[in-house]
Ligand binder design. Structure first.
Ligand SMILES: Nc1nc2c(ncn2[C@@H]2O[C@H](COP(=O)(O)OP(=O)(O)OP(=O)(O)O)[C@@H](O)[C@H]2O)c(=O)[nH]1
Ligand SMILES: [Mg+2]
Length: 240
């Protein structure tokens, strides 16, 4: 069985399609280097989009010679939207900086796009497993809410996705630029999926295990944002 270094060393980049990896960060100094280094073998370009971290996140990223851009302090959604202006690759991979996603899954994530079977591929922790989505009441509500949203999307577009909230995804750069994304917070994940399907592009899904965040703290408060998830769902499914 090859170890992870051997696996990434043996990865051969696609001759025709270039890959830009975007890593959103807010105060992720303990994990950002590991994620950047994990992504480099699979990427033609790595961009860290930072939400004005007060720790050493930006300094560490700059030390690893990747592009670092600042968001406008509006949230992860705005950060991802802003990053697309700086991307030069054909395919964009979004991956969190907290260690929840495994950079080694990047080839699996982009494969359906390279084979021209999908335009946007989401990593699914519902089929890949999760070490942080189960156990407590918070996780229970998160899972119920996200399953409900996924079921609504599946019903509306006659697809069969297993989830709609994972931040680990790959999308063709020309496709994301046509989606006219508007969300400023993490509701951007479901907006991206709904608008992909609404515009007739193809969604794909691959299993990807979600690990527990390795360090730092979560930037999401479910109590504060659940209503925005409902509004975004109704708005993009039925109103715009
Ligand atoms: N640039 C930028 N990045 C952000 C912002 N909010 C969150 N992030 C990053 O986006 C990624 C996901 O945020 P998390 O706080 O881990 O959200 P989550 O994964 O849903 O929550 P947990 O499961 O509790 O970790 C992390 O890499 C964060 O550092 C933001 O406002 N701007
Ligand atoms: Mg996280």
């Amino acid at each position: 069985m090859p170890n992870s270094e051997e696996k990434s060393n043996s990865y051969v980049k696609h001759p025709k399609f270039s890959i830009s990896v975007v890593i959103p960060t807010v105060n992720e100094e303990k994990t950002v280097a590991r994620i950047i280094e994990g992504c480099i073998p699979y990427a033609d370009e790595v961009i860290v989009v930072d939400g004005h971290s007060c720790d050493r996140t930006r300094e560490i990223a700059e030390g690893l010679a990747v592009k670092v851009v600042l968001d406008h302090k509006k949230g992860k959604g705005e950060a991802l939207r802003h990053s697309t202006k700086h991307v030069s690759g054909d395919i964009i991979v979004f991956i969190d900086a907290d260690g929840s996603h495994d950079p080694e899954d990047i080839p699996k994530l982009v494969e359906p796009i390279l084979r021209n079977e999908a335009d946007h591929v989401s990593g699914s922790r519902l089929i890949g497993g999760s070490s942080e989505l189960h156990g407590g009441f918070d996780e229970c509500f998160r899972l119920m809410g996200s399953s409900f949203i996924t079921a609504c999307i599946n019903w509306k577009f006659k697809v069969r996705l297993s989830e709609s909230q994972n931040g680990f995804r790959a999308i063709r750069a020309d496709v994301i630029r046509q989606l006219d994304l508007k969300e400023n917070i993490t509701t951007i994940e479901q907006e991206m999926i709904i608008k992909t399907l609404k515009k007739g592009f193809r969604m794909g899904e691959v299993p990807s295990h979600e690990h527990k965040r390795m360090a730092g703290y979560s930037k999401i408060s479910l109590k504060k944002v659940w209503f925005r998830y409902v509004c975004t769902l109704v708005k993009y499914l039925f109103l715009s």
